[in-house]
Design a protein around this ligand. Structure first.
Ligand SMILES: C[S@@+](CC[C@H](N)C(=O)[O-])C[C@H]1O[C@@H](n2cnc3c(N)ncnc32)[C@H](O)[C@@H]1O
Length: 258
């Protein structure tokens, strides 16, 4: 598939087909600006979007699952970029995003783009119910986790969702590196992440899994923004997968050191 053209007016204003995006990542902009049906707020940077497009843009994408809807911008981005058969997304906040509802109404079949609100990515029962009913063939092409960015929640979400990715599919975890970014906001008391375990603990586990079981993780791409895990070919249990049971560590226990 040929990826549609990304038209950048500047680093903040992006247009794909007939949809405009305001691209922002400062807290003020993210919380101060709302999406409208013609212009969605997208919580990313230009370079990050360009890198994801460069890596995944040429693939034929049937099914997408995303965690972290926020103001709907990323659901619409993936819809425009990949033109998939189905996008399912979950969000912790209970209130539906009006602009996204309007976009779904405008772009045809409501079964194609399905947001679920009030869902914690670490809630195994609810997440599995959604995944089993939406993707009974376990054939997701791309999973994107842009939700909590916390180690425990992100790890649990990986354990739940990874078995629903098809062999050769890609699992993206955004903003994994927050504990290592420079500046007081990240290196001193952060109101959200302060006192929490670094998400990079999960990367260490994923690297160990890739090393021990290349049939489960075929390869990993990593940069300072995101990690992309490519799924190997071996079938996984549907409901009780735990990555910690599959990597080898000379009999030692990994204790999330950071
Ligand atoms: C960084 S924002 C997502 C930005 C969006 N993907 C975009 O690119 O425009 C993170 C979102 O994840 C949601 N979130 C945080 N913790 C979550 C959890 N445990 N489960 C599901 N969603 C969560 C937040 O409410 C917030 O809307």
């Amino acid at each position: 598939m040929t990826a549609p053209a990304l038209t950048w007016e500047n680093d903040s204003n992006l247009k794909i087909n007939d949809v405009e995006f305001y691209v922002a990542y400062t807290s003020e902009e993210l919380h101060g600006i709302n999406s409208t049906v013609d212009r969605f707020l997208l919580g990313k940077s230009r370079s990050m979007i360009e890198k994801v497009v460069a890596m995944l843009g040429g693939h034929t994408i049937g099914n997408v699952f995303e965690m972290g809807i926020f103001k709907g911008g990323s659901v619409v981005l993936y819809d425009q970029l990949f033109q998939p058969n189905k996008i399912v997304a979950v969000e912790f906040m209970p209130k539906p995003v009006q602009a996204l509802a309007q976009y779904i109404a405008k772009h045809g079949n409501p079964d194609r783009i399905k947001p679920y609100y009030g869902v914690n990515q670490a809630d195994r029962r609810t997440m599995q119910k959604i995944l089993f009913s939406e993707f009974p063939n376990r054939d997701i092409d791309i999973i994107v986790d842009d939700a909590s960015h916390l180690y425990e929640e992100t790890r649990e979400a990986f354990n739940i969702a990874f078995p629903f990715l098809k062999p050769g599919g890609h699992y993206v975890i955004e903003d994994w590196a927050w504990a290592h970014w420079s500046g007081d906001l990240w290196q001193k008391d952060n109101p959200h992440f302060g006192g929490k375990r670094a998400l990079s603990n999960l990367l260490i586990e994923l690297f160990m899994l890739a090393a021990s079981r290349c049939d489960l993780i075929e390869e990993i791409f990593v940069n300072h923004n995101f990690i992309i895990v490519k799924r190997g070919v071996t079938a996984l249990p549907q409901s009780d997968f735990d990555l910690g049971r599959h990597y080898l560590l000379r009999g030692k226990h990994f204790g999330a050191w950071l």
